[in-house]
Design a protein around this ligand. Sequence first.
Ligand code: WT7
Length: 658
Amino acid sequence: MAENESAIQSSLQEHRIFPPPSAFSAKAHVKSMDEYKRMWRESIDQPEEFFGRMAQDLHWFKKWDKVLDWKSPYAKWFVGGKLNVAYNCLDHQIDQGRGDKTAILWESEALDASGKPEVRKITYRALRDDVCRFANGLKKLGVKKGDRITIYMPMVPEAAVAMLACARIGAAHSVIFGGFSSQAISDRVEDAKSNLIITADGGVRRGGDVPLKENVDNALQTTSLVKKVIVLKRTGKPVKWVEGRDIWWSDVIAGQSADCPAEPMDAEDMLYVLYTSGSTGKPKGILHTTAGYLLSCQMTCKYVFDLRDEDLYWCSADIGWVTGHSYVVYGPLAAGTTTLMYEGAPNFPDFSRFWAIIERHKVNVFYTAPTAIRAFMRAGRELVDKHNLSSLRLLGTVGEPINPEAWMWYHQVIGHGKCPIVDTWWQTETGAIMITPLPGATPTKPGTATLPFFGIDAAVVDRTGKELPANQGGLLVIRKPWPSMLRGIFNDPDRYARQYWTDVPGMYFSGDGARRDEDGYFWIMGRVDDVINVSGHRLGTMEIESALVSHEYVAEAAVVGMPHDLKGQGIAAFVTLEAGRQPSENLKKELIAWVGKQIGSLAKPDQIRFTDSLPKTRSGKIMRRLLKELATSGEVKGDTTTLEDFSVLARLKEQDEK
Ligand code: WT7
């Protein structure tokens, strides 16, 4: 991180304030700012008492000896405690009388002739039985505590069953987003040293098929680690079959008992690894453990989504992202909620699909991403207005800063002015929501995630860790450990301390820039490094660059984000060709398709620009900051003093104008 990047210019001005509706506050878990402030103060000053009390809502096989053991930057929460995440999400709920309550309500993408989807309602008891049968099946295949199981599944209830079954027997899962390609699968399988993959014959997306099994088959040509592939039948399309390696899901559970004792896990045993893009090409396996993670997920569901037993809750994220882990599966189930899972695309058959789902099932709490909201805005409010959304009482967003226009649209058109909006800031690394309004307490302002959640000591600082005055942009850090914080990077223990705890000594640096306003509200200003956030998905430029460079015509590539109306950020790639290769429109298309094949469609550049050289520092580092300016405004006004060869910029601009 360069010196001058801790100061960030702030241009957003927003003065509207929306106090929580009094009827909402009256019933909420936290009813006023005073109550929030009191609880937050206690959570910071006496974290052990506070979280020790909160953790009594969970089920423990053995109580902890000590709430927190902190040797910066390594935290252990609930030291000595034994519990099981799947037991908490299932058996513990059944014991509290929720056996016949729907745990997962699933809706297919496909609609029948009369316009109806297939709907499955799985009760807590039925889900426990399914999880136990599958868990017993996994054991029979030799899966043991501590193994890493790769899950590459469509959005069907069996994806949650697979995750919970791993948790039940103490195997860690590594879920790979179904939109990723073969290369992403083999990289992650290799890094996690995983020898079993759970997948499906295919997935359904926008009326088409996603060839999941075929992608796995291709991935397994470049890694020999995987010994078993479990295949769920979803589409019924024919698949290639490798005898001895491939096994149908139905055969895994055949004859298995619905009774599978939950493994008593240590509070700090690994629950899962989830790969996220870092700023280098190497996949970064974020490690989450058992007790602290579960507690933060459960607590945020209770306090941020203000969940009550009668609520129907829907988070539209895919299980391949951390939001799907924490807020489709673990959080809502640990809070005893009915969690809605939708199989497909937001625009199938058109952009009114989400509103049809909310109307059909009478969804009360809805959590989605700003990029989706912007797409809905563009599609027009007629698509919304033909649906009855009066069941909604709370709306949430996550993934990137929400621009005030989109916030106001969400508030007025979807929430009819009566639903509080919780704009929640967090990260794969933080495991759970960190900065957020509490809907019955916090007055909201469009565009800010407002104030820290319980136990979160967030601050905006400069590079030395000094807190900055109001409205000055700086680095968003967390100064104290919190229960769901990542515990490390899988397979790379040193990288954890280096990556998160050295930029600002002694503090967790999120990589985001932010400012606090005069009320102490946090306004997130985006990443200060070069990771690109496309449609709420964080993509490392290095991964895309290495994909480009792996094409035989490409010598060098630099990838930067640029503003994009729909996706938040689009991708611009500056490409230098091998000597003797000629730029052409066809080659641009070929390179875009190439990246799609290497990484996945999400990572496809929106723009390719050929250039004969890239701006670099003396030490050979590409100056992406300058390219970003060029891609955004066509001008470079920023600091160029570290640039090695000034003529490069002039040439780039020339090419830009052509
Ligand atoms: C990055 C984390 C957390 C689940 C989804 C993404 C950006 C996330 C907000 C928000 C402004 C946000 C940040 C963050 N981000 N939520 N409410 N306001 N920015 O997880 O892929 O780990 O990305 O997303 O830049 O660091 P992720």
